[in-house]
Design a protein around this ligand. Structure first.
Ligand code: GLU
Length: 545
């Protein structure tokens, strides 16, 4: 019996042989240096911080080299696949405005991009290996495999199906065919040519050179359900889809020797690997990977509820991804993330602790650079979903809201007080009369003068049309004529002669208006609130003390 006949019996009904697929998926016509990358999730849950982080590197590097980044769904492990998992991933990405150049849900010439739809392709390559005597059927039951494992554990030997422990490796074709005819179930293993004593080197684009022992394990390539293992599917797919750079979690490093050998046995060119260290979190005293099941911060919906846009998450991920991104972003207010050149060599080698403070500080920069009109639009969308009361106020007072949102915005050093859309209400509630009315906070401490003085200022001196400088000169003059001083030294020497400094008067105005000692420039608050409302608030304040 020839090897080809043997392969046909083991894997019947395979429509095409491997040459067919080589011709079907020709080399991509891309410019020199263009990277072909991919994001290859298993449909085990929603898109989360960790998956975004990994896909982010792949997307960026393809984009900046005019390459291709595609989405491939790795669903060969049916047990882990969740219902609607594939649609979920595609929708999550689409909702995040993330688009792949090709792949599942995005079209393309190198599909199908769902592994369970590629069974025929994997089997064609498994047959190639069987024909070349580089793969064979294994009939070992799980009990037999357990026995081998227990024996190895007991004897403190290396665990695995290798050398003399690879019981089916030396079965003759006839013996194997008899077993098949008897209806015994089997899997296909590749016949390792490796020697554990030899060393191989993984030239990782992020982590540098990593020396490892050569693989000598006859690992499974086709499971009993006819589907491939991750290892085999990875090698076949990344070959046929012409991936140049494999970006994946660093938990796969230990599998590299297998992948390296499979590329060699199949005579495929090996892509460059870039193993990405995870985002981590501290729990009690240990550091572990950020988990989509355990950590609320892993879910993108968590940020959306807070009103933190995807762009901010991307900026944060970029900050982790390349150590010099943050400085670049701070120094280049007019550029976008797409203008930054990402490099594997600037990625962290070990895990990065998730840092919410950092994310919020990036959000503040991001929002500070946003035009008031865009912020208003975002705010409308956000409050429509999460805050009906504020939504109605914003809709009914659009021009006024635009003015408020523009306070100390469009200037060279804008205020950085908003980290999320939900912060806008927290920062500016007092500028909306209805919200001020309802607010039950007590006034922060401030030194008050007679009520008449403040009323007098608002009625006679305060001028909405004055510019900031004129306004301040008038406040100063008024305060100095009414028991305050602008002379620090004089005040220090004779504190009892004065109510306070001019700043004390401004602080009083501020607390009257917003109950707090901190706010944007009081000039703008007075300007937009208008006399009538300010007088109401003065009365309210004096009734409260
Ligand atoms: N499907 C694998 C996972 O979910 C991806 C590994 C890869 O990108 O090759 O971890």
């Amino acid at each position: 019996m020839t090897n080809k006949e043997f392969a046909d019996i083991l894997l019947p009904n395979v429509k095409h042989d491997w040459n067919y697929y080589e011709a079907l998926y020709p080399k991509r016509n891309l410019e020199k240096g263009a990277m072909v990358t991919r994001f290859a999730p298993s449909p085990t849950g929603f898109v989360h911080m960790g998956s975004l982080y990994t896909s982010f590197a792949a997307l960026h590097l393809a984009k900046q080299t005019n390459g291709i980044c595609y989405l491939r769904i790795e669903d060969t492990d049916g047990k882990r696949t969740i219902e609607n998992g594939i649609e979920g991933i595609i929708n999550d990405f689409k909702n995040l405005n993330i688009s792949f150049d090709e792949g599942c849900g995005f079209g393309g010439e190198y599909g199908p991009y769902i592994q369970s739809e590629r069974k025929d392709i994997y089997q064609a390559y498994a047959k190639k290996l069987i024909e070349e005597d580089l793969a064979y059927p294994c009939f070992c039951s799980s009990e037999e495999l357990n026995d081998i494992r227990n024996y190895q554990e007991h004897k403190k030997l290396r665990i695995g199906y290798y050398k003399k422990y690879a019981k089916c490796r030396d079965l003759s074709k006839e013996e194997a065919i008899n077993k098949v005819k008897n209806g015994e179930s089997f899997i296909i293993r590749f016949r390792s040519q490796g020697n554990f004593e030899n060393k191989i080197i993984l030239h990782d684009a992020i982590k540098g050179d990593i020396e490892m022992p050569e693989n000598d394990i006859d690992d499974v390539i086709i499971k009993s359900d006819g589907l491939p293992t991750y290892h085999f599917a990875h090698v076949v797919d990344d070959h046929l889809m012409h991936t140049t750079h494999v970006t994946r979690g660093d938990e796969w490093i230990s599998s590299y020797p297998k992948h390296h050998e499979l590329f060699k046995l199949l005579n495929f060119e090996e892509p460059i690997y870039a193993h990405i260290a995870p985002i981590t979190i501290k729990e009690d005293n240990t550091i572990r990977k950020l988990s989509k099941r355990k950590d609320k911060e892993a879910a993108i919906s968590y940020y959306h509820k807070l009103g933190i846009p995807t762009e901010v998450i991307n900026l944060y991920l970029a900050t982790i991804e390349n150590y010099d991104f943050e400085e670049w972003y701070t120094n280049n207010p007019t550029l976008t993330i797409d203008d930054f050149k990402f490099e594997f060599s600037k990625m962290p080698i070990g895990g990065t602790l998730f840092d919410m403070e950092k994310l919020l500080s990036i959000a503040k920069i991001y929002f500070s650079r946003m035009k008031n009109t865009k912020l208003y639009e975002r705010l409308i969308n956000y409050t429509k979903e999460y805050d009906e009361e504020f939504y109605n106020i914003l809709i009914n007072n659009k021009d006024y809201a635009l003015n408020i949102l523009n306070i100390e915005r469009d200037i060279p050093r804008p205020r950085k007080d908003i980290a999320s859309l939900s912060d806008v209400k927290k920062e500016f509630w007092y500028m909306f009369n209805d919200l001020f009315e309802k607010n039950t906070d007590s006034y922060e401490e401030v030194k008050a003068c007679e009520e008449d003085i403040v009323i007098n200022y608002i009625n006679n001196i305060y001028d909405v049309n004055a510019n900031e400088e004129e306004w301040f000169n008038k406040v100063k003059e008024f305060a100095c004529n009414n028991g305050y001083t602008s002379d620090k030294k004089e005040y220090k020497e004779n504190p009892d002669k004065y109510i306070g400094m001019v700043a004390t008067f401004c602080a009083l105005l501020r607390v009257i208006i917003c109950k707090k000692n901190m706010s944007p420039n009081i000039y703008y608050l007075l300007k937009y609130l208008g006399k009538e409302e300010i007088i109401k608030r003065i009365n309210k304040f004096y009734r409260s003390i």
